[in-house]
Design a protein around this ligand. Sequence first.
Ligand code: NCD
Length: 361
Amino acid sequence: MENKFQHLIDLDDYPIEWVKKVVELGHDIKEHPTRYIQACSGKIMATLFYEPSTRTQMSFQTAMIRLGGSIIGFDNPATSSVSKGENLKDTTKIVSNYADILIMRHTQEGAAKAAALTADCPVVNAGDGGHLHPTQTLTDLLTLHEEKGRLDNLKIGLCGDLLNGRTVHSLCKALSNLEGNIFYLISTPELRLPAYVRDIITSNGCTYKEVNTIEEIIGELDMLYMTRIQRERFASEAEYYSQKDTYILDKAKMQLANKDMIVMHPLPRVDEIAVEVDDDERALYFKQASYGVFVRMALIMTLLDNKEPKSLLCGETHKGITCHNAKCITRSELYLPKSFTKDSDGNYVCEYCDARINPAD
Ligand code: NCD
C-alpha cells in the first residue's frame, strides 16, 4: 500500500543501522541540548493516548517542547469524540490534519499501524496493547549505549511478564539484530515470551535460555530487565493473583550479581523491585526514564525529516480470514483491510498484530 510518510510502528521496519543512528542522535542531544532548541520550531505534535501513561506521554511532550515545537492531544478517550463512537480512522484523519506528527497509545494490538493507514502525517506507536513498544526500546538502547558503552555482546536477563510485556517484545527483537547478545528469559511457564518473538531471536542468529529463577542466572548477567505483571491484560483477577509477586528483586539477590550489572525497568514498578534496591548504584531505572526524552527528541526530528517513507501493508488482503487474536485491532475496527503475510510453515501472519493463523484451523 502506497504511503507518503515515515512512521514508526515497529523497529523491525528499519535496518538496525537506522536504529543505531537514532540512538546516536539521542546521545548527541543529551551532550549538546542547546543545539536542538529550535529544531522543530513551528511544528505540532499530537498525543492520542487511549490507555494510561505517565512516562511515555510526558517524555514525548517534553521532547517536543525542548525542540521548540508545540503539543496537542488527549489522554482520556472518554473526554474526546471516541466516547461518541468515532472510529480510529476518523479520529486519526482529523488529528493528523491538525498536527505534523501523531503519537498513539492504544489498548488494541496493531492500532498504530491501522492509524497510519489513513493518517496525513507520521504516526508513532507508543504501545499497542501487549504487542510492541518501539520507543521504549529506543530508550532502553540509549541507556545501554550510555551505561554499558555497547549494544552487542551482552548477557541480558528479562524477568516477569514476558508474555504480555510489550517493552520486552520490542527489546528482544531489536537486540537480537546485534551480534553476540544472549537472552535469559526468566518467567513462569504461563508468562513465557511468545513463540513468535523467540523465533525472531533465533532466526536473527542469537540464542536464548528460559530459566525459572533470578538467583540461578543473575551472577552471569550484564543487564537485568525487570517488568511488572501486566494486570490489565489478564482474562481474570484470579489469573493475575496466581502470578503476582513471583519475582521480586531485592538486596539479597543483588548481592549475587556482578559489580557492573545494571538493572533496568521500563516502569511503572509495582513491587517486583524492592524499594531498598533503589539506592544501589546499579539500579538505573530512573536514569533510564530520563534518557527517554533525548531519544524521543531524536526520533521526532528523524521522522519529520521524512526521508524513508515505507509501505505499511506488504502481504495479501483476505476478506474471508479473520485474525484469531481477540485483541487485534481488526476485530474492533471492521473496515480495516485484513492483510496477511505467510510464514515458512505456511501459516498466515496478521500484518497488524503478528498473530499466526493456521489455515487448517
Ligand atoms: C510500559 C508500557 O506502557 O508498556 N511503560 C512505559 O511505557 N514506560 C511498561 C508497563 O506498563 O509495564
